[in-house]
Write a protein that binds this ligand. Sequence first.
Ligand code: DX5
Ligand code: ZN
Length: 223
Amino acid sequence: MTNKVLIAPSILSADFTRLGEQVAAAEAAGADRIHVDVMDGRFVPNITMGPLVVAAVRRVTALPLDVHLMIVEPERYVEAFAEAGTNWLTIHEEASPHLHRTLQLIRGLGMKAGVALNPHTPPVVLDYVWDLLDQVLVMTVNPGFGAQRFLPETLAKISAVRQGGTARGLAVDVQVDGGIDPSTASRVVAAGANVLVAGNAIFASPLGIAGSIQAIRAAAEGA
Ligand code: DX5
Ligand code: ZN
């Protein structure tokens, strides 16, 4: 990997009573994006946050906001997330029968567009949308909750997605999300990931926010 590895702390594991402070601490510690996990209780069993929280985070950081929609009918909310200050908007392939159109909509509103793949979803579903993609999110757990165990069977898919982008001459980010910590960071980067999302390993780490970001970065750069 010649590109720098980017770290995107997921605020799902943050202390919501101190969200602004924790986002500022992540930015000061060198985080590259802030990842926001939006869940609707339908696509995934959990319910989390929406555009209101994205707009609040927008006011406390200059970092790009990387919003991961785990919701059905994501096309209905693309505009609201754009207005809230989203920079990167990622939707699930499994939740979007009109994926091509929704990616066009995301880019048309000036955001970077991403597609997320659940652990069972093969990368072949990307074959006819590669030109509309800025990012592919390879889920390394089943979406819905933080602090789950990394699924090693996703490593081959990370490599396949990286190869898919390279073979087409595209500079697409390959993001991984779920169970990322210093030990799994080196494995996913070796497989081809360049954007690492981490929630529990940053906001619940005994190393603290800055120490854990440094530890993940050191592991990733040693890969
Ligand atoms: C899972 C979310 C993740 C999650 C990652 O559904 O998409 O972003 O917060 O959490 P950790 O890093 O705690 O596994
Ligand atoms: Zn996520």
